[in-house]
Each structure stands twice: as C-alpha cells, then as structure tokens.
Write a protein that binds this ligand. Structure first.
Ligand code: FES
Ligand SMILES: [Fe+2]
Length: 400
C-alpha cells in the first residue's frame, strides 16, 4: 500500500482530516491531479473579456491558461506554454491583443492558438503542428468553465441546474463590477471546508449573520425558509434543492443548489440588508431570499436578487490558496449612478477578510504537533460529506 493509501486508512470517520492532507506537498500534487485537473472549474464571468482580443490568464498550481475572445467572438482556453521552448506566452494578468506574441523569441500565435509566424526558423519551417493546445471550455449562464481532462465529466445536469437558479437571476446578462483576491496561507481544503459550513458564522461573521438565516441550524429557521421559498415560488423562482457531496449522477459534473431566506427587515446581502444595485434578471421585486449554487470542487456562487457573488478557490501550493471573489451586477447598471462599489462590496469584503483570518489560524493550529482531527458537528454536514468525497477521489485510480 502506498503512503497516501495508508493515511486514508488511518483517517478517523466523521472527523476533520489528518494533518498530512492539509500540509504534505505530495498529497497536494495528488489533489491537483485527481481533483482539479479532472473536474470543471469556473474561471470567471465572460463579461471580463467582452471585446475581440480581450484575454485574461488563469493559473492553477503549475498550469496556466489564456482565456481569449477570438476574432470570431468565440472564447477559447489556450495553454499558456510556448511551443518553441516552453516559455509562458502571456506574462501579464490580462490584456487585449491582435495576436499573442511570446516575449522570449517572438513566436506569434493567432487568437485561436495557431502559430502564425516564427522568425528566422528557415524557409522550410512548417508552423502548422505548433499551435497552442486548447483545453475544454463551456460558457453556462455567462460563467466560463474549463476542464483540463481529456474526457471531462458531463455538464448536462449542471447546465439544467444553473439555468433554473443563476439563469433566473439573470447571470448571463450580468457584468463584473469588482474582483478581488484574498490569499490565504492555508491548504485549499481548509478554505473550501470553511465556505461550506456556517457553524462559524455566528462567532466569525456578525455582519453576515445579521441578515442570513444560514447562520442558524436548519430546524430553527425552517419556517422562515419555507415562507421565503413560498413567496419566491409565487414570483416564479423555484430553486432545486440538492445539497450533499458529491451531488450528482455518475459521469456528470457535481452541481448543487439551495435557497435560503434573509431575515425580516432585509432583502439582500449588504451592510444594512437593503438593496445595493438594480434588480437582476426579470425580477420586479425582492422575494426575501437568495440562492447558493456550487459546481465541481472549487467554484461557488451566491445569487441575491440585486447582485451576484462568484467564489473561486484556487490552489497555489500545499499551504497557499487564492480566494478570488467576483461581484456581478446587471449588465446595464452604471457605477456611481445605479450602484456604489463600496456599498456593493462591503459585506463580502468584511466576511472574506474575517475568513482569511480564521482559515490562516486554522492552518497554523493544524500544523502543530498537538493537532488531532476533531469531530464535525451537525451544522458541518456539508463539510463532512466534502471530506468523505475528497478521500474517495484521492484513492480513485489515476487517469492519463
Ligand atoms: S520560448 Fe516562446 S518564442 Fe521561444
Ligand atoms: Fe466564513
């Protein structure tokens, strides 16, 4: 049995993971191979690259891709590795280009990845076999998803679920209003585990807990939630309830969604619970609720009637993870007229700053020789099923 398999054997049931799963570089590499490179990952909203030639870079562990809108208006995911001697082609984070020129020796690629010219390579040089490789890409409700696997999981169920949830909230006609990265000095699983439980909300997030019923155990807010769902149904909003890992049929990408209520006196996620941007989708009113959607291992979404939140957990090293957060508003909403950026971003900024602190401190405690995995509680059931799913994926057979 290999070392990782024997650790999986030793893992106590129903408890946080053993220290090695949060710290060991070999396990980190296996996480990337067996989880991130096999699943669909959201990399952002397509409104980030509205014009032909617009591009941005998305990095994950050692991999880097260029998301670029071609002259034919198609968005492609090109591998950011030059076909000459392997340099990164795009050094910067984003830009607009007529062609992608490798800075090293100036090999020049078309926006669809084809090599157009390679200087001084000789008259008989054939450029055609040297295109930048592409990985799978799909756009669902305006969200760009990519998958590095040769045979990615099916997206049919995810597509249906996103249509019924984020689609209702008008995400395909949304626009990025703000993006911010919060880097945590912690393993990606401590960050995603944290996102998936609200046991910590009352002590760590008084600002969020003021308005969101998620902070209480299900049984205490069942009535409030049912009333909000009823109001929403009357307005034509019906969010499918799926909420346990690994969410979904075999062969299909995981996707879950659920609906929750804001407390009376509030209608959205903001400092005072009052609207911060124009209503999205075709909503004509607030229903007193909002919707959570998760896709794959590291893409999380939160839709309020007036704005949307994209939460991406991007692993960098065994103990460093970027939480990239994107705020969406209605496409036509104008900054300074229809919304104030500071007001729009207030709640999830304070919440993410607080999360960074608790996740960093969590990792530090986990690194101690005195750390022993403790039991997950009833309010951590989703985190628990995530950890169980994770261990199964880790022990699954490797693919090419
Ligand atoms: S490595 Fe890109 S042109 Fe040489
Ligand atoms: Fe949190």
């Amino acid at each position: 049995m290999d070392r990782i398999a024997s650790l999986i054997e030793r893992q106590p049931k129903g408890s946080a993971l053993l220290q090695e799963f949060y710290s060991d570089p070999e396990i980190f590499r296996r996480d990337i191979d067996r989880i991130h490179l096999r699943h669909w990952l959201c990399v952002g909203h397509e409104s980030r690259i509205p014009k032909k030639g617009d591009w941005f870079r998305f990095d994950l562990a050692e991999e880097s891709i260029i998301l670029v809108r071609g002259r034919d208006d198609e968005v492609r995911a090109l591998v950011n590795v030059c076909r000459h001697r392997g340099s990164r082609v795009c050094y910067e984070e984003s830009g607009n280009a007529r062609m992608l020129v490798c800075p090293y020796h100036a090999w020049t690629y078309d926006l669809d990845g084809r090599l157009r010219s390679a200087r001084r390579m000789g008259a008989d040089f054939d450029a055609s076999p040297h295109a930048l490789p592409q990985i799978h890409l799909r756009i669902l409700e305006g969200l760009i998803f990519v998958c590095f696997a040769e045979n990615p999981p099916g997206l049919e169920d995810t597509k249906r679920m996103l249509r019924a949830s984020l689609g209702r909230y008008g995400w395909s006609n949304a626009r990025v209003a703000h993006r911010q990265t919060y880097t945590v000095d912690a393993n990606w699983k401590l960050a995603t585990e944290n996102y998936q439980e609200c046991y910590h909300c009352t002590p760590a997030h008084p600002e969020f807990s003021r308005w969101h019923a998620t902070e209480k155990p299900d049984e205490e807010v069942a009535e409030l939630r049912a009333a909000a769902a009823e109001r929403a149904r009357a307005m034509g909003i019906e969010i499918p309830y799926v909420a346990d890992w690994p969410y979904g049929a075999p062969g299909q990408e995981m996707a879950d969604s659920s609906y929750d209520a804001t407390y009376p006196g509030s209608v959205t996620g903001s400092e005072d619970g009052q609207p911060v941007a124009p209503l999205m989708g075709d909503f004509s009113d607030y229903d007193g609720g909002f919707c959570y959607v998760d896709v794959g291992p590291s893409s999380f979404f939160l839709a309020y009637p007036d704005h949307g939140m994209v939460y991406l957990f991007i692993p960098r090293t065994a103990q460093r993870t970027d939480m990239e957060i994107v705020w969406l508003v209605r496409e036509t909403a104008r900054e300074g007229v229809d919304y104030e950026r500071a007001k729009l971003t207030w709640l999830w900024d304070v919440t993410s700053v607080a999360d960074k602190l608790i996740i960093d401190q969590n990792q530090q405690g986990v690194n101690s020789r005195y750390y022993r995995p403790g039991p997950y509680g009833p309010m951590e059931s989703q985190t628990r099923s995530f950890s169980e799913w994770y261990l199964k994926e880790l022990s699954a057979a490797p693919t090419s």
